[in-house]
Design a protein around this ligand. Structure first.
Ligand code: AMP
Ligand code: MG
Length: 338
């Protein structure tokens, strides 16, 4: 069973190919996970520009993935794509590409939710069973878990995503994009903790007040490395607090990390410590599966298809009816595969 997945919700255009036969469980199931990432030196993502980027690179990324996996179109059994949440112009490029491939392969087309894909990939590569996911990416910051028939959001950011927060501060001090990894390096140069606003409201977090406060401190002459160190301590403690509260509420014994910010070793360390104290297991996929990627889309596509196979006579219908859902909420998704 070969599944090809397409990711295009934001800055990343990716094509992933997995072999979902049982013999190849684990990371070995991932035959290819190719991508090209749109980056900007100044400002955030401009949706139309990111979509142009995706159009420009889609053929090359597809060819790289097919070559790496050593798979041709006839061997593809299912095509999956990110239907949302994400930027509409970017999602449309992914949908268009997925439709073309599905037609060529005569394979059914399955739309999947990007946030849930971040959670479910931990099942394939870390053998997670029913984890709480701390999903920390550029645009998204959510604590997600499966409970009572749905993937539910137990806490989330009330304003910007933690990655956007890191990137915005990094840009302010001239570090360029993406700022998260650069701030992580800078933070290593200090252990001088500076008090910063800690903003957890119930199960939710917020970062815009912290960002304003940090900018004011830079303008007053505080050292960038002290602020980089302190902001990681504060922002990540906020995330770990809400993740822990969700785990306590659900009596969960597993935590999984997802999203680009989870590449941060300090965040991983804090998660590890919290899990140890709770006697819970921590699942951290490799960085290539933490960031936006298409292998996770292929895997969730497989789970959905496996739970609800498509008859040969209905393949064309799945392709014709496929659409994007830019504002799809995690708890809107009809879970057929658990
Ligand atoms: P994603 O949207 O999930 O692909 O993640 C992109 C975000 O992850 C960007 O905001 C990056 O700055 C952030 N990021 C990547 N690596 C790190 C890191 N080592 N520490 C903190 N943030 C990171
Ligand atoms: Mg993501």
């Amino acid at each position: 069973m070969i599944v090809l997945g397409i990711e295009s919700t934001a800055h990343t255009f990716g094509v992933g190919i997995i072999d979902a036969s049982k013999k190849r469980y684990g990371e070995k199931a991932i035959l290819a996970n190719a991508k090209h990432v749109y980056t900007t030196e100044k400002g955030g993502i401009i949706p139309i520009e990111a979509a142009k980027h995706h159009k420009h690179y889609k053929q090359a990324v597809l060819e790289t993935a097919l070559n790496q996996a050593d798979v041709n179109f006839n061997e593809i059994d299912v095509v999956a794509y990110s239907r949302g949440p994400g930027l509409a112009p970017c999602l449309l490029v992914g949908l268009e590409t997925a439709k073309q491939i599905a037609l060529k392969a005569n394979a059914p087309l399955v739309g999947v939710n990007h946030c849930i894909a971040h959670l479910e990939i931990t099942q394939l590569v870390c053998k997670a069973k029913n984890p709480v996911l701390l999903y920390t990416s550029g645009a998204n910051t959510q604590v997600i878990a499966y409970a009572a028939g749905k993937f539910r959001v137990f806490g989330e950011t009330l304003d910007i995503g933690v990655g956007n927060f890191l990137d915005a501060f990094a840009r302010y001090i001239g570090l360029g994009f993406p700022g998260g990894p650069k701030l992580e390096q800078l933070a290593k140069k200090s252990n001088n903790f500076i008090e910063l606003p800690y903003s957890v409201k119930g199960m939710d977090v917020s970062f815009s007040g912290l960002l304003t406060n940090l900018k004011q401190k830079i303008d007053k002459g505080y050292k960038p490395e002290d602020l980089a160190y302190s902001l990681q301590e504060v922002a990540f403690a906020m995330l770990i607090e809400v993740a822990e509260r969700a785990m306590a509420h659900l009596k969960a014994k597993e935590l999984a990390l997802g999203g680009g910010v989870a590449c941060n070793t300090r965040l991983q360390q804090m998660a590890k410590l919290m899990c140890k104290q709770r006697k819970a297991k921590l699942h951290v996929p490799p960085n290539s599966l933490l960031v936006d990627n298409a292998a996770m889309i292929a895997w969730l596509g497989y789970l959905q298809y496996n739970a609800k196979p498509v008859k040969k006579s209905k393949i064309k219908e799945t392709i014709a009816n496929a659409d994007i859902k830019p504002y799809e909420r995690t708890d809107d998704v009809d879970v057929t595969w658990r």
